[in-house]
Ligand binder design. Structure first.
Ligand code: AP5
Length: 214
Protein backbone atom coordinates (compact mmCIF):
# COMPACT_ATOMS: atom_id res chain seq x y z
CA UNK A 1 0.00 0.00 0.00
CA UNK A 2 1.44 3.34 -1.07
CA UNK A 3 -0.20 6.74 -0.76
CA UNK A 4 0.55 10.16 -2.20
CA UNK A 5 -1.37 12.92 -0.43
CA UNK A 6 -2.53 16.13 -2.10
CA UNK A 7 -2.90 18.81 0.55
CA UNK A 8 -4.28 22.26 -0.20
CA UNK A 9 -7.00 24.79 0.46
CA UNK A 10 -10.41 24.59 -1.23
CA UNK A 11 -9.82 25.56 -4.86
CA UNK A 12 -6.06 24.85 -4.75
CA UNK A 13 -6.55 22.45 -7.66
CA UNK A 14 -6.33 19.08 -5.91
CA UNK A 15 -9.07 17.48 -8.03
CA UNK A 16 -7.77 19.02 -11.26
CA UNK A 17 -4.22 17.82 -10.58
CA UNK A 18 -5.39 14.37 -9.50
CA UNK A 19 -7.35 13.84 -12.71
CA UNK A 20 -4.18 14.54 -14.73
CA UNK A 21 -1.84 12.54 -12.47
CA UNK A 22 -3.72 9.25 -12.30
CA UNK A 23 -2.37 7.77 -15.53
CA UNK A 24 1.02 9.47 -15.28
CA UNK A 25 1.73 8.05 -11.82
CA UNK A 26 -0.23 4.79 -12.15
CA UNK A 27 -2.33 5.51 -9.08
CA UNK A 28 -5.99 5.34 -8.11
CA UNK A 29 -7.60 8.73 -7.36
CA UNK A 30 -9.45 8.74 -4.04
CA UNK A 31 -11.32 12.01 -3.41
CA UNK A 32 -12.95 12.23 0.01
CA UNK A 33 -15.23 15.01 -1.27
CA UNK A 34 -16.44 12.93 -4.24
CA UNK A 35 -17.02 9.89 -1.99
CA UNK A 36 -19.09 12.00 0.39
CA UNK A 37 -21.05 13.73 -2.39
CA UNK A 38 -21.89 10.29 -3.86
CA UNK A 39 -23.01 9.07 -0.42
CA UNK A 40 -25.25 12.16 -0.12
CA UNK A 41 -26.69 11.57 -3.61
CA UNK A 42 -27.40 7.92 -2.82
CA UNK A 43 -28.92 8.79 0.56
CA UNK A 44 -26.77 6.27 2.49
CA UNK A 45 -26.58 6.63 6.31
CA UNK A 46 -23.08 8.18 5.92
CA UNK A 47 -24.40 10.57 3.28
CA UNK A 48 -27.35 11.64 5.43
CA UNK A 49 -24.95 12.34 8.31
CA UNK A 50 -22.45 14.23 6.10
CA UNK A 51 -24.93 16.42 4.20
CA UNK A 52 -25.51 19.10 6.86
CA UNK A 53 -21.79 19.57 7.55
CA UNK A 54 -20.95 19.85 3.85
CA UNK A 55 -23.67 22.40 3.09
CA UNK A 56 -22.18 24.66 5.75
CA UNK A 57 -18.57 24.15 4.64
CA UNK A 58 -17.73 22.32 7.88
CA UNK A 59 -15.67 19.15 8.09
CA UNK A 60 -17.59 15.93 8.60
CA UNK A 61 -16.56 14.03 11.78
CA UNK A 62 -13.17 12.27 11.61
CA UNK A 63 -14.73 8.89 12.44
CA UNK A 64 -17.16 9.11 9.51
CA UNK A 65 -14.68 9.95 6.74
CA UNK A 66 -11.86 8.01 8.43
CA UNK A 67 -13.88 4.79 8.31
CA UNK A 68 -14.81 5.28 4.64
CA UNK A 69 -11.20 5.89 3.57
CA UNK A 70 -9.52 3.25 5.73
CA UNK A 71 -12.07 0.59 4.64
CA UNK A 72 -11.33 1.49 1.02
CA UNK A 73 -7.55 1.26 1.56
CA UNK A 74 -7.77 -2.09 3.31
CA UNK A 75 -10.10 -3.47 0.61
CA UNK A 76 -7.58 -2.39 -2.06
CA UNK A 77 -5.00 -4.89 -0.81
CA UNK A 78 -1.21 -4.71 -0.53
CA UNK A 79 -0.54 -3.53 -4.11
CA UNK A 80 -2.87 -0.53 -3.91
CA UNK A 81 -1.28 2.80 -4.91
CA UNK A 82 -3.52 5.79 -4.19
CA UNK A 83 -3.55 9.51 -4.70
CA UNK A 84 -5.48 10.90 -1.73
CA UNK A 85 -7.31 14.15 -2.53
CA UNK A 86 -8.92 15.81 0.49
CA UNK A 87 -7.87 13.24 3.09
CA UNK A 88 -6.43 13.61 5.68
CA UNK A 89 -7.72 17.03 6.68
CA UNK A 90 -7.10 16.99 10.44
CA UNK A 91 -4.31 15.64 12.62
CA UNK A 92 -6.80 13.02 13.90
CA UNK A 93 -7.34 11.80 10.31
CA UNK A 94 -3.58 11.79 9.66
CA UNK A 95 -3.15 9.56 12.72
CA UNK A 96 -5.84 7.15 11.43
CA UNK A 97 -4.09 7.00 8.06
CA UNK A 98 -0.70 6.41 9.67
CA UNK A 99 -2.16 3.54 11.71
CA UNK A 100 -3.68 1.75 8.72
CA UNK A 101 -0.55 2.25 6.60
CA UNK A 102 1.74 0.98 9.36
CA UNK A 103 -0.54 -2.01 10.04
CA UNK A 104 -0.35 -2.98 6.34
CA UNK A 105 3.40 -2.34 5.96
CA UNK A 106 2.70 0.47 3.48
CA UNK A 107 4.23 3.90 3.09
CA UNK A 108 3.40 7.51 2.33
CA UNK A 109 5.49 8.48 -0.70
CA UNK A 110 5.00 12.22 -0.25
CA UNK A 111 2.59 14.92 0.87
CA UNK A 112 2.25 17.55 -1.84
CA UNK A 113 1.15 20.94 -0.51
CA UNK A 114 -0.44 23.00 -3.31
CA UNK A 115 0.23 26.66 -2.52
CA UNK A 116 -2.13 29.24 -4.06
CA UNK A 117 -2.85 32.83 -2.93
CA UNK A 118 -6.35 33.40 -1.47
CA UNK A 119 -7.52 35.75 -4.26
CA UNK A 120 -6.89 33.02 -6.84
CA UNK A 121 -8.60 30.37 -4.68
CA UNK A 122 -11.75 32.48 -4.45
CA UNK A 123 -11.78 33.19 -8.19
CA UNK A 124 -11.34 29.48 -8.97
CA UNK A 125 -14.18 28.39 -6.68
CA UNK A 126 -16.56 31.12 -7.81
CA UNK A 127 -16.06 30.10 -11.47
CA UNK A 128 -16.12 26.33 -11.01
CA UNK A 129 -18.79 24.16 -12.62
CA UNK A 130 -18.90 20.39 -12.21
CA UNK A 131 -20.51 17.42 -13.86
CA UNK A 132 -23.11 15.79 -11.60
CA UNK A 133 -22.69 12.57 -13.60
CA UNK A 134 -18.94 11.88 -13.75
CA UNK A 135 -17.67 14.58 -11.30
CA UNK A 136 -15.33 16.18 -13.88
CA UNK A 137 -14.60 19.79 -12.96
CA UNK A 138 -14.35 22.89 -15.18
CA UNK A 139 -13.88 26.63 -14.74
CA UNK A 140 -16.10 28.95 -16.77
CA UNK A 141 -13.10 31.03 -17.84
CA UNK A 142 -9.85 29.13 -17.08
CA UNK A 143 -10.96 25.66 -18.19
CA UNK A 144 -14.26 25.89 -20.04
CA UNK A 145 -15.99 22.87 -21.55
CA UNK A 146 -16.08 22.67 -25.36
CA UNK A 147 -19.83 23.44 -25.32
CA UNK A 148 -20.97 25.95 -22.68
CA UNK A 149 -22.70 24.19 -19.78
CA UNK A 150 -22.16 20.63 -21.08
CA UNK A 151 -19.68 18.01 -19.81
CA UNK A 152 -17.07 17.09 -22.46
CA UNK A 153 -16.76 13.58 -21.02
CA UNK A 154 -20.37 12.42 -20.61
CA UNK A 155 -22.63 15.14 -22.04
CA UNK A 156 -24.45 15.89 -18.76
CA UNK A 157 -25.49 19.47 -17.93
CA UNK A 158 -22.88 21.15 -15.67
CA UNK A 159 -23.90 22.59 -12.30
CA UNK A 160 -22.38 24.75 -9.58
CA UNK A 161 -21.49 22.88 -6.38
CA UNK A 162 -23.82 23.71 -3.43
CA UNK A 163 -20.81 24.74 -1.31
CA UNK A 164 -19.36 27.12 -3.94
CA UNK A 165 -21.34 30.16 -2.78
CA UNK A 166 -19.53 33.16 -1.20
CA UNK A 167 -20.57 32.48 2.45
CA UNK A 168 -19.69 28.79 2.35
CA UNK A 169 -16.41 29.47 0.51
CA UNK A 170 -15.44 31.85 3.35
CA UNK A 171 -16.25 29.14 5.93
CA UNK A 172 -14.31 26.48 4.03
CA UNK A 173 -11.22 28.68 3.86
CA UNK A 174 -11.46 29.42 7.61
CA UNK A 175 -11.86 25.71 8.38
CA UNK A 176 -8.81 24.95 6.23
CA UNK A 177 -6.68 27.49 8.18
CA UNK A 178 -7.87 26.21 11.57
CA UNK A 179 -8.07 22.43 11.09
CA UNK A 180 -6.02 21.41 8.05
CA UNK A 181 -3.04 23.79 8.04
CA UNK A 182 -1.61 22.17 11.20
CA UNK A 183 -0.93 19.15 8.97
CA UNK A 184 1.75 21.16 7.17
CA UNK A 185 4.00 21.12 10.26
CA UNK A 186 2.88 17.58 11.14
CA UNK A 187 4.09 16.18 7.80
CA UNK A 188 7.12 18.50 7.64
CA UNK A 189 8.25 17.01 10.96
CA UNK A 190 8.07 13.56 9.31
CA UNK A 191 10.12 14.75 6.28
CA UNK A 192 7.21 14.02 3.94
CA UNK A 193 6.13 17.54 2.97
CA UNK A 194 6.72 18.80 -0.58
CA UNK A 195 5.68 22.40 -1.32
CA UNK A 196 4.53 23.17 -4.87
CA UNK A 197 3.53 26.52 -6.38
CA UNK A 198 0.06 25.71 -7.76
CA UNK A 199 -0.89 29.19 -8.91
CA UNK A 200 -0.03 28.80 -12.61
CA UNK A 201 -1.53 27.00 -15.54
CA UNK A 202 -2.70 23.42 -14.77
CA UNK A 203 -0.21 21.57 -17.02
CA UNK A 204 2.70 23.52 -15.53
CA UNK A 205 1.44 22.75 -12.00
CA UNK A 206 1.33 19.08 -12.94
CA UNK A 207 4.92 19.08 -14.17
CA UNK A 208 6.03 20.68 -10.90
CA UNK A 209 4.21 18.00 -8.89
CA UNK A 210 5.71 15.12 -10.88
CA UNK A 211 9.21 16.62 -10.64
CA UNK A 212 8.83 17.18 -6.89
CA UNK A 213 7.78 13.56 -6.30
CA UNK A 214 10.79 12.10 -8.16
P1 AP5 B 1 -13.78 18.63 -1.22
O1 AP5 B 1 -14.60 18.17 -2.35
O2 AP5 B 1 -12.53 17.90 -0.88
O3 AP5 B 1 -13.53 20.17 -1.44
P2 AP5 B 1 -12.29 21.15 -1.12
O4 AP5 B 1 -11.15 20.59 -0.36
O5 AP5 B 1 -12.95 22.32 -0.57
O6 AP5 B 1 -11.61 21.26 -2.45
P3 AP5 B 1 -12.28 21.62 -3.77
O7 AP5 B 1 -12.85 20.38 -4.42
O8 AP5 B 1 -13.22 22.77 -3.60
O9 AP5 B 1 -11.05 22.19 -4.59
P4 AP5 B 1 -9.86 21.48 -5.31
O10 AP5 B 1 -8.59 21.79 -4.59
O11 AP5 B 1 -10.12 20.04 -5.65
O12 AP5 B 1 -9.86 22.36 -6.63
P5 AP5 B 1 -10.34 21.98 -8.11
O13 AP5 B 1 -9.32 21.10 -8.75
O14 AP5 B 1 -11.77 21.56 -8.14
O15 AP5 B 1 -14.65 18.65 0.13
C1 AP5 B 1 -15.96 19.18 0.14
C2 AP5 B 1 -16.55 19.03 1.54
O16 AP5 B 1 -16.59 17.62 1.90
C3 AP5 B 1 -15.75 19.67 2.69
O17 AP5 B 1 -16.07 21.04 2.84
C4 AP5 B 1 -16.20 18.82 3.88
O18 AP5 B 1 -17.48 19.18 4.32
C5 AP5 B 1 -16.28 17.43 3.28
N1 AP5 B 1 -15.01 16.70 3.37
C6 AP5 B 1 -14.24 16.26 2.33
N2 AP5 B 1 -13.15 15.62 2.78
C7 AP5 B 1 -13.21 15.65 4.14
C8 AP5 B 1 -12.36 15.17 5.17
N3 AP5 B 1 -11.21 14.52 4.90
N4 AP5 B 1 -12.73 15.39 6.46
C9 AP5 B 1 -13.87 16.04 6.76
N5 AP5 B 1 -14.73 16.54 5.82
C10 AP5 B 1 -14.39 16.33 4.52
O19 AP5 B 1 -10.20 23.42 -8.78
C11 AP5 B 1 -11.08 24.46 -8.44
C12 AP5 B 1 -11.39 25.31 -9.68
O20 AP5 B 1 -10.19 25.92 -10.17
C13 AP5 B 1 -11.96 24.52 -10.85
O21 AP5 B 1 -12.91 25.32 -11.50
C14 AP5 B 1 -10.75 24.29 -11.79
O22 AP5 B 1 -11.16 24.20 -13.13
C15 AP5 B 1 -9.92 25.53 -11.50
N6 AP5 B 1 -8.47 25.26 -11.56
C16 AP5 B 1 -7.81 24.26 -10.93
N7 AP5 B 1 -6.49 24.33 -11.17
C17 AP5 B 1 -6.31 25.43 -11.95
C18 AP5 B 1 -5.17 26.04 -12.54
N8 AP5 B 1 -3.94 25.53 -12.36
N9 AP5 B 1 -5.34 27.17 -13.27
C19 AP5 B 1 -6.58 27.68 -13.44
N10 AP5 B 1 -7.71 27.15 -12.93
C20 AP5 B 1 -7.58 26.03 -12.19
Amino acid sequence: MEAIILLGAPGAGKGTAAERLVRRLGVRHVSSGDLLRNAVKEGTPAGREADGYMKQGKLVPDELIGRIITDLLVAGGPNLRVLLDGFPRTVGQAEMLEQVITAHHGRIRGVVLLNVPDAILIDRLAGRVVCPGCAKGYHVRNMPPKVVGVCDACGARLVQRKDDNPDTIRNRLAVFRADTEPLVDWYAARNLLIRVDASGEADAVNERIVAALN
